[in-house]
Design a protein around this ligand. Structure first.
Ligand code: SF4
Ligand code: SF4
Ligand code: SF4
Length: 326
């Protein structure tokens, strides 16, 4: 319900209440005592005043600055995706850890999914940043896939940065048979959490299924212990939480089935394993890229375009007719 509707309802309650009280008062007093009630014009004026206060133009400079900052961060993330510049991608990771993580503590969470499924959305006037972030996440997922995971999520950015810093020899690659089954765990967690929430109404369950609270630096001993175990395990297994446990990632994976612009593959990808080995998300299985697992990190896309690395271009060069010797 919007603020305006609440206020109008309150006004009506006051009017009706005043009417009831006035009847009592009339009954108890003489005909000369007239109680004050709102005329229709006054009521309309009140509604218009309320609408004006509720409009976007009534935002404070701080609110407008907040929105401008968010648009800027989303824009930089989008530019880094389109240009596929590696240095810019890692710059965006540091930016989103600072901005969405520690500064705003504003990550897409299972709580947002509860709210969307319940239709319990904030009013536009007070929820512009919410609509921008959720809108960008949904639209970009439909257009390109899990771009939110690949660029905007502060926790995902943190684990991707860890992956860059931790020595490669420390890594443990889960066996393929295990990985192919374990990726479904996050969907089981998503369903379990939704069932729990809609039967108990306890939204605080989010604290135990996602680590995003860490950016607030405000957790219980149990939560910090679980987080420490998770981050230690992530040192050895790349993007562990994202790949196997994240319910938001699972929801975006489902949404990404609608993705319009998918990564193309060459004929040579049927046998070539270069991109499969390069994908730190386990999203490539032979010639196939799983849109549900792919976060559009662009590692394989840069190989795809690289005429010195990609087998397709190398084969093409070798099979091209040689120039006759002069
Ligand atoms: S899978 Fe979850 S934690 Fe990982 S990047 Fe996506 S939303 Fe963030
Ligand atoms: S290197 Fe080229 S051919 Fe090999 S998997 Fe990647 S895109 Fe396909
Ligand atoms: S390497 Fe390619 S398939 Fe793997 S997550 Fe990145 S963009 Fe997706």
């Amino acid at each position: 319900m919007t603020v305006s509707r609440v206020l109008v309802s309150l006004v009506w309650l006051i009017v009706i209440g005043a009417g009831v009280l006035s009847q009592d008062a009339v009954a108890q007093s003489g005909p000369g005592d007239q109680p004050a009630t709102l005329s229709l014009d006054e009521l309309t004026a009140l509604m218009e005043e309320d609408e004006a206060q509720d409009s976007i133009t009534s935002m404070t400079p701080d609110e407008l600055l907040d929105i401008a900052g968010l648009v800027l961060v989303l824009g930089i993330a989008l530019v880094s995706f389109v240009t596929q510049q590696v240095w810019l991608k890692y710059g965006v990771f540091i930016l989103v850890i600072g901005y969405f993580g520690f500064a705003k503590s504003s990550l897409v969470s299972i709580v947002n999914i509860f709210a969307i499924l319940e239709g319990n959305l904030p009013t536009f006037r007070h929820g512009v940043p919410w609509y921008l972030l959720i809108g960008f996440t949904v639209v970009s997922t439909i257009l390109w896939g899990r771009l939110y995971c690949g660029r905007l999520c502060a926790f995902g950015a943190l684990t991707q940065l860890m992956d860059r810093i931790v020595p490669a020899r420390w890594r443990i690659e889960p066996p393929t048979w295990f990985d192919r089954r374990a990726i479904y765990l996050k969907y089981v967690i998503l369903v379990a959490v939704l069932v729990y929430y809609f039967t108990s109404g306890d939204f605080l369950i989010y604290r135990y299924v996602e680590p995003f609270w860490m950016f607030t630096l405000n957790g219980t001993m149990v939560m910090w212990t679980l987080l420490t175990v998770l981050l230690l395990a992530t040192v050895f297994v790349r993007n562990l939480y994202c790949r196997y446990f994240c319910s938001v990632g699972a929801a975006l994976g489902i949404l990404s089935q609608l993705t319009v612009f998918r990564i193309k593959r060459w004929r040579e990808c049927n046998t070539c394993k270069i991109c499969e080995h390069a994908c730190e998300w386990g999203a490539i299985d032979g010639p196939r890229i799983s849109v549900a697992e792919c976060v559009r990190c662009d590692d394989c896309e840069r190989i795809y375009d690289d005429q010195e690395k990609c087998v397709h271009w190398i084969v093409l060069r070798k099979s091209a007719p040689r120039e006759p010797a002069v």
